[in-house]
Design a binder for this molecule. Sequence first.
Ligand SMILES: [Zn+2]
Length: 295
Amino acid sequence: MTVLLAFLAHPDDESFGIGGTLAKYARAGVDVHYLCATRGESGTVDDHRLEGFADVAELRDGELACASKALGLKSYEYFGYRDSGMQGSTHNAHADSFAQADADEAARRLTEVVLRLRPDVIITHDQYGGYGHPDHIACHKATLRMYEQLWGVRISSGPRGEAIAVSGDASGPISPGDLKAPRLYYSTLPKTFVKWGVRFLRLTGQNPRGFGRNKDIDLVKIASWDLPVTARIDIRAVADIKREASACHASQQMPQQNQSLFQRIFFRRQTVESFTQAYPAFPANGRITSDLLRD
Ligand SMILES: [Zn+2]
């Protein structure tokens, strides 16, 4: 039995970001689990959507249950932190927010989950938090801390942002339960595409520094973050499933008529999801792979 664990920050990251990949592996018989760091309670939601729900967290839990079913996940569970919102948000300062969390404590909690589920592969956010979200960065930090504590594997970033496993060819301590260090991937945004988006938005008179549903995504900054893609997963065969799962997160989607052409193209025409291999270290001059389970 092969086990894949996705450790991401919010209800919707599993669908909007890597839904095609999760669905593809689930369909292939892999046990796919989602560990969701927060309940997404700081997300903005139109009032009418909250009818019948106690709060935003309950609404978004219902959406995640729907998406989890669509994607064919074996399980999803929450990690117990509070959604921090984007930088500058007052939610950042909340004592329970993931952005405020002690990385050692988060790594300890993650270890418990990992020893229970025994994943062969872990997917988490990259060091930039995808588009800079503090909770995404906190997932990344907790994961790296766990690799260090559990297996003595230190993963750092190279000059181009690439992941480099500094040590850990089984040289670290063997974890309780004799669990080998799982393969580790970061979900990444392909930068050529982001750069193309910046040009497209400027040409069409839109602001690439205020992108997205909440106009808080700075595509110009994101385009400057360099992280090499080492794996591309073809999601064409499961594109419908990804769309279905994404549609479950109705409260987080921009109404179609408000979407820019760029967003519509991105979501309709996306054929691959991109990843950076962090562990084991990706060989220098290695070829881009098409499977997260093997080299
Ligand atoms: Zn997120």
